[in-house]
Design a protein around this ligand. Structure first.
Ligand code: CMP
Length: 135
């Protein structure tokens, strides 16, 4: 079933020149870009995006990181896009992510894990409405 997911290449991925690599993996998988924008993240958007982590000890540091430089935000669509991108990304902690996944191949620290992908249909809808209202 075709669905949409919100993907971010975070400031670490952008500054390391990995935007093309991430988009290439998305496209080679058979998923399509429905929206794409390089943008600086306002703190209010970051707070809403990561609202579920508000009580975590790493919340403030996560907000600082995600607002520290431009992110490449995109809406990705295709069959099972949410699960398909999460498999491309690998699990949250890069040292546990499989080789061949984006995080497994390019990251070593949990905060600096290159990409974000929505984790459910509910979060995908919420996040797409937040980042790309009207898309
Ligand atoms: P993401 O998939 O975008 O969702 C929440 C983010 O919080 C996660 O990727 C990491 O960047 C970050 N994160 C998760 N766990 C930790 C942690 N223990 N310490 C610091 N950052 C974390």
């Amino acid at each position: 079933m075709s669905e949409r997911t919100l993907v971010l290449v975070k400031p670490d991925g952008v500054s390391r020149g990995l935007v093309g690599e991430v988009i290439s993996r998305i496209e080679r998988k058979g998923l399509k870009l429905a929206a794409l924008e390089l943008r600086n993240v306002e703190r209010s958007v970051a707070e809403q995006h990561y609202a579920e982590h508000a009580s975590k000890p790493f919340f403030e540091s996560l907000l600082e990181f995600i607002t520290s430089g431009p992110v490449a935000a995109m809406v990705v669509e295709g069959d099972n896009a949410i699960a398909a991108f999460r498999q491309l990304a690998g699990v949250t902690n890069p040292v546990q992510a499989a080789n061949g996944s984006i995080r497994g191949d390019f990251a070593i620290e949990v905060q600096y894990n290159i990409v974000h992908g929505s984790d459910s249909t509910e979060s995908a809808k919420r996040e797409i409405d937040l980042w790309f209202p009207g898309v």
